[in-house]
Design a protein around this ligand. Structure first.
Ligand SMILES: Cc1ncc(COP(=O)(O)O)c(C=O)c1O
Length: 429
């Protein structure tokens, strides 16, 4: 698209749908919610439009504040628009119905549920002593940085990547070192030669995103092994963020970092949890796996010293409910997401070929290479948000290699996704 044409068309903002308080109902033309889960075939109903207005949701709240709710579709921050699994909801509800909250201890069953889940879902039996609660993935990432590096030290990230990796590293006074991913045949690969060239004695930590956000790559065994070897050789601790790992698509298998080699096992920390998987983000339910006793004691000692090793009762209840159950709900939600991915990629290929879909192997975030539109990043974002009326993430904030790219959260009913895609097409074509 020519720059002048784009600027001219900006005046005509998104064709707004009739604005009702129930934003997404209005957008999709539905008048009421459909049946709640589960549906007749024993599956779950991810087509249901759920009204999230008035719930302090960040992505809906922004539109409520700006008066654009019902006019724009929020496809930004990474939570899904689906109900959590009914058994997770029920466990929380049952606990709330007991009236008194009070201080709670962490039962052994909590740890057992985590070990049980990982064995079932990922075929990995984690020794009990490696497993600990932690107060959120990004919160703990900050503590790992504080524990294992000093101000002025360097932390490596592989971009494009989730922007808090860079933002919090900088806020903690550490230097961010970039090892941009390479794109080969539309698929991201790690640049392991370049990685070796950027490590020096000041480099203390590498943050690995597995699966990657954005881009959705699930890293292969050989890539992870080589990465583990390089980091071990250079005395660089690997912090593996595996929060999206349960949401693998198309049967792709997640490889937990600590399992790839003895070097990885003794030089890594995994941070993960049930919050993305079961759509309960914000409830601070996370866990860390650390095999190396010295590393584990240092981090857990640090967190304990700040009184951060006490999960809330909601964390305990939801974790046990989610992980003690079979994984049918997760299989169903990932099958639904995979259909959304296929629909969107097919749509872009046929209707907006200037935008290239980077097909994810995991999770509900679709990364779009829009470089053929030849727009500066602010105008690209404006094309989606102001002209199409689809709120998105991305742009240069995800680091080197993210220029000209947009991230769409497609963890939503297909009817909403279809509406968003039509809007994007009308804005671009
Ligand atoms: C890769 C990644 N890590 C961590 C988080 C957030 O985790 P938490 O809410 O536990 O801090 C997100 C949320 O989008 C994410 O995408």
């Amino acid at each position: 698209m020519k720059r002048r044409t784009f600027l001219k068309s900006m005046a005509a903002t998104a064709a707004a749908s009739a604005c009702t308080p129930t934003a997404l109902l209005a957008l999709t033309g539905c008048s009421e919610t459909t049946e709640t889960a589960p549906v007749a075939d024993g599956g779950y109903n991810f087509d249901e439009i759920i009204d999230r207005t008035g719930t302090y949701s960040i992505k809906y709240g922004r539109l409520e504040k700006s008066g654009e709710i019902g006019k724009k579709i929020p496809m930004t921050i990474a939570d899904m628009d689906f109900r959590t699994a009914p058994y997770v909801h029920e466990a929380l509800q049952t606990r709330l119905d007991r009236d008194v909250m009070g201080y709670t201890s962490t039962p052994e069953e909590y740890y057992e549920s985590i070990i049980k889940w990982w064995k079932m879902r990922h075929g990995w039996e984690i020794p009990r002593e490696w497993v600990n609660f932690c107060p959120g993935v990004i919160t703990t990432l900050c503590f790992v940085i504080e524990c294992f590096s000093a101000p002025g030290d360097k932390v490596v990230v592989q971009t494009p990547v989730y922007d808090p990796f860079m933002n919090y590293t900088k806020r903690l006074g550490r230097e961010v070192v970039y090892n941009p991913l390479k794109k080969e045949n539309g698929k991201y690969q790690m640049d392991l030669e370049h990685l070796e060239s950027v490590l020096d004695e000041k480099t203390k930590i590498l943050i690995l995103c597995n699966p990657q956000n954005p881009g959705g790559r699930m890293w292969d065994l050989e890539e992870l092994k080589t990465l583990a070897h390089i980091c071990k050789e250079h005395g660089v601790l690997v912090l593996a963020d595996e929060i999206h790992c349960d949401l693998s698509l198309y049967g792709k298998k997640h490889i937990p970092f600590l399992t790839v080699s003895p070097e990885a096992e003794q030089n890594g920390i995994i941070l993960t949890g049930p919050t993305k998987t079961f759509n309960v983000a914000g409830l601070h339910a996370a866990q860390c796996f650390i095999a190396n006793k010295e590393i584990r004691e240092k981090l857990i000692g640090y967190l304990s010293a700040h009184k951060l090793m006490e999960p809330s009762i909601t964390c305990i209840e939801l974790t046990m409910a989610a992980y003690n159950h079979d994984d049918k709900w997760v299989n169903d939600v990932t099958a639904y997401i995979a259909k959304n991915v296929d629909y969107a990629c097919d749509f872009f290929e046929k209707e907006v070929p200037q935008i290239k879909c980077i097909k994810p192997e995991a999770s509900f975030l679709l990364y779009l290479d829009c470089s053929e539109l030849n727009l500066p990043d602010d105008e690209l974002k404006s094309l989606f948000q102001d002209k199409a009326g689809v709120m998105v993430s991305g742009g240069p904030g995800y680091g080197p290699g993210s220029e000209g790219c947009i991230r769409l959260n497609i963890g939503c009913p297909l009817s909403v996704l279809k509406q968003a895609l039509e809007r994007i097409k009308n804005a671009v074509v």
